[in-house]
Design a protein around this ligand. Structure first.
Ligand SMILES: [Zn+2]
Length: 487
């Protein structure tokens, strides 16, 4: 992923003024942070849903700035119109089972409450967001509860998963009456919460899970500057753009090959809960046209539940080999059968490609295979040789060290870490020397035609073809709307 971000930034850097490069870097950072932040935002966004019928007047209990946007009551019409999320707090047919659970156990306060200024009601839920370093004790203390309360709740939950792990971004909601903890809600994410309810001297536990509605969204665009910026312009979420870059990255080098006028169209999933978008799902179908060549990628889940992306004919989108086994590297010496050796200073074929990178840079297996050599090999220093199928070997030399736990015979997956860049053997500086052999003949790893990963298996063929046709038809339907709306 890192390299994709970098590549996209590189494209932008090539074509746009520096300020955009900065903006793009910020974007990249934001993507990273967004990925981390998504759960917490989701929690706070839907928390209102889940506690809506209870928390109709918590204005006076604004304890946590992060959360209480949701906790504030939608008591007045102004509030109801204020923001989108507020609307979600009004109990309606969509605030289903969770609210129902609460409603069973607690009588609803008198509904006819004319006062425009909300007054405290019986159920004052107070919410605390879990932050780094929090545990049950710190959160209970913050809520004004005692160590004894922590003990009773821990006892009540000791034989279940409830409250065993608290992660930053989640939240705990407390309902405390006369100093006694009546109910406790652990909001794990918008789709899952655990409710504890006082039951004699202990607490009953109830886990409530919801399923999001999945809807398809369509977007299309033309490249003006970069996949990232034009993807955003087309309204694509940033992780969908990254996903698209990864899908087509096998065929299109988004740093070098992309041109103004290239185009894309994408169908992707959107996750909704109670009518509100809570997240983005996977790409369902996507097309990228690069310099006149169109690449299409369709998602298919086989009968065993494995999901992969294929061309409409059922070939894998993935290649069986990575083109470059190291990220963040540059070619320092090309494949050359008549090179003058930099150390020996005489003509000696360079049967691989050198990638200059700092010592310790991870080296990835180019393809699935097994280790047939791991050790020191003369001027090559520390070497790993992988065998892929019957006729292809890849060789990685000058490593500083091997990944622990690997030995001759170990099975390796494509992209798996096998060792680290170094300068062992006869070298002038740290780099990876990488060789690609087909039937014992050295090929240029930069230009060798890479085979596709396995296609759709024969047994899945019929099922795949019907999926493929349906998805292609869906793309066509969407793009005819696209043309119509453009006219
Ligand atoms: Zn070399």
């Amino acid at each position: 992923m890192g390299s994709i971000v970098l590549n996209i930034i590189k494209v932008i850097g090539n074509r746009l003024p520096a300020v955009h490069l900065v903006a793009a870097s910020v974007c990249a950072v934001i993507i990273g942070f967004t990925l981390m932040l998504v759960p917490s935002e989701e929690v706070s966004a839907t928390r209102g849903d889940l506690s809506s019928s209870r928390s109709s007047s918590q204005e006076t209990l604004k304890l946590d700035l992060n959360l209480n946007k949701d906790a504030i009551a939608p008591a007045t019409p102004e509030r109801q119109n204020a923001t989108l999320t507020d609307r979600e707090e009004i109990p309606d047919k969509n605030t289903d089972q969770v609210v129902a659970t609460n409603a069973q156990t607690t009588p609803e306060p008198a509904s006819a409450e004319p006062a425009p200024v909300p007054a405290p009601k019986a159920e004052n839920w107070v919410d605390y967001k879990v932050t780094a370093g929090d545990n049950l004790s710190t959160l209970f203390k913050r809520a004004g509860l005692s160590a004894r309360d922590v003990f009773i709740v821990s006892e009540a939950t000791k034989n279940s998963d409830a409250l065993k792990r608290l992660y930053p971004g989640e939240s705990l909601s407390f309902l405390i009456q006369n100093g006694e903890l009546k109910k406790l809600k652990h909001l794990i994410n918008p789709l899952k919460q655990v409710l504890l309810e006082q039951d004699g001297d202990s607490y009953s536990i109830d886990t409530v899970e919801k399923k999001p509605d999945i809807e398809h969204r369509y977007a299309y665009g033309t490249i003006e500057s970069s996949l990232f910026l034009d993807g955003e312009k087309a309204g694509l979420p940033s992780n969908t753009i990254m996903e698209m870059a990864a899908l087509f990255g096998w065929d299109v080098d988004f740093a070098l090959d992309i041109r103004k006028g290239d185009s894309f169209r994408v169908i992707y999933e959107e996750k909704k809960l109670d009518g509100k978008v809570i997240g983005v799902g996977k790409i369902v179908a996507a097309e990228f046209t690069n310099q006149g060549d169109t690449f299409t990628s369709l998602r298919y889940t086989d009968s065993k539940g494995n999901t992969s992306y294929y061309t409409p004919k059922g070939e894998s989108m993935r290649k069986a080999f990575l083109r470059t086994p190291v990220d963040f590297a540059r070619i320092s010496s090309n494949f050359n059968m008549k090179r003058k050796h930099p150390v020996l200073n005489r003509i000696r074929a360079h049967k691989g490609v050198d990638y200059a990178a700092s010592i310790g840079t991870p080296i990835k297996a180019a393809g699935d295979g097994k280790i047939i050599f791991r050790g020191v090999k003369g001027g090559y220093g520390n070497v790993i040789i992988l065998q892929h199928g019957n006729n292809i070997n890849t060789l990685y030399a000058h490593m500083s060290r091997f990944k622990k736990g690997l030995s001759v015979g170990s099975r390796i997956k494509q992209g798996q870490l096998i060792g680290y860049v170094g300068k062992s053997g006869m070298v002038t500086g740290p780099h990876l020397h990488y060789e690609f052999q087909v039937n014992g003949v050295h090929k240029n790893p930069v230009t060798v035609k890479l085979p596709h990963a396995d296609p759709v298996p024969k047994s899945e063929r019929a099922s795949f073809m019907s999926t493929s046709q349906a998805l292609m038809a869906q793309l066509e339907t969407y793009s005819s709307t696209q043309v119509a709306s453009a006219e």
